[in-house]
Design a protein around this ligand. Structure first.
Ligand code: CO
Ligand code: CO
Length: 325
């Protein structure tokens, strides 16, 4: 549906007339990329959403981390952001202030200045950022950068959608709530820096379209197939428990409906575990393509700097996604 809505926009702009637009129309990716000179490009993105947790400070921090993530997913480093906020007029001013403070402190942690923004009144709160970053053009990472044999490495576990819905229903224990909030607030900055250090060229971040949805975007853009191994895919500790109670958000069902045609599951992977891979994530990790000859050193370096990294599969000649048990 969204593709149909956006079609008139893409028809209006001919990419050939905008040679400095390195990534944008025609090859949608995590963020738009605009060449500034021979070496450097500007990375631009925006993202905002309704509350995923019931604590305002954490909501702000997660929304900011999620917005900045699309810059990291392109191999860039964010430096400037603007708030985008819609706040109910009857929301206590302290609550609104905490949302913005959570966002601003997360930006400061990332080395990003919040230089303004825009707030309107709306019944349901919405918050996020417009974010700008720089990328060295030879360090640019795209969804189309996978090569056959590349290892697929994920830098945060899954299970955020199914757990935050359980949280909204009052089911989660305090340690479970802390665990999911901790992961969603975490910046993808270090993962992106590591990707830069190893000269990686293929990446995306795992958000609302789920691991399989975003993995599909990569295999399609790269013209390859993917092979994933379920038993190597990381989940937060309570994900399986809430999956069994089927607290998946609506977006996860939409993901399954749309993306399952591109996925072949091993018969021993039951419906619940399949659904865990279609689960809509908020502020998920990076999915990186790592050339096989760099993999061992990459994983060793990740361990050294305490950057979580899980090898979950590889890119292969072919198309679609195969999920082995
Ligand atoms: Co993204
Ligand atoms: Co986005």
């Amino acid at each position: 549906m969204l593709a149909q809505v956006l079609r008139p926009v893409s028809n209006l702009f001919d990419p050939k007339e905008y040679p400095d637009l390195l990534v944008g129309i025609g090859d949608p990716d995590d963020a738009a990329v605009w060449r500034l000179d021979e070496q450097r490009a500007l990375v631009v993105t925006t993202d905002f959403f309704t509350p995923v947790v019931d604590t305002p400070y954490e909501y702000g921090a997660i929304a900011a981390s999620n917005s900045l993530s699309d810059i990291y997913a392109m191999g860039g480093k964010p430096f400037l952001a603007l708030n985008v906020a819609a706040l109910p007029p009857d929301l206590p001013i302290e609550i609104s202030a905490q949302i913005l403070r959570g966002g601003a402190e997360k930006c400061r942690e990332a080395g990003v200045i919040v230089a303004g923004g825009h707030t309107i009144q709306d019944k349901e709160p919405k918050f996020g950022l417009v974010a700008l970053g720089f990328v060295e053009i030879n360090k640019l990472m795209t969804k189309s950068g996978l090569k056959p044999g590349d290892a697929l490495v994920l830098t945060k576990p899954l299970g955020f959608g199914v757990t935050t819905t359980a949280l909204k229903r009052g089911l989660t224990t305090p340690p479970e709530t802390d665990e999911v909030i901790g992961w969603m607030s975490r910046l993808n900055a270090q993962a992106a820096a590591l990707a830069n250090e190893f000269g990686l060229r293929a990446a995306t971040d795992i958000t609302g379209f789920s691991l399989l949805g975003h993995a599909h975007e990569m295999e399609k853009a790269s013209g390859l197939g993917l092979r994933l191994r379920f038993d190597q895919i990381p989940f937060i500790s309570c994900a399986a428990k809430y999956a069994a109670q089927w607290t998946f958000p609506g977006g996860s069902a939409d993901n399954k409906l749309f993306y399952e045609r591109f996925v072949q599951f091993s018969p021993s992977i039951d419906e619940t575990r399949q659904m865990m891979l279609f689960d809509a994530q908020t502020s998920g990790g990076l999915l990186l393509g790592v050339p096989p000859e760099k993999l061992q050193n990459f994983l060793a370096r990740a361990k050294e700097v305490e950057q979580p990294a899980w090898l979950i599969g590889e890119a292969i000649v072919g198309q679609g996604i195969e999920v082995l048990a």
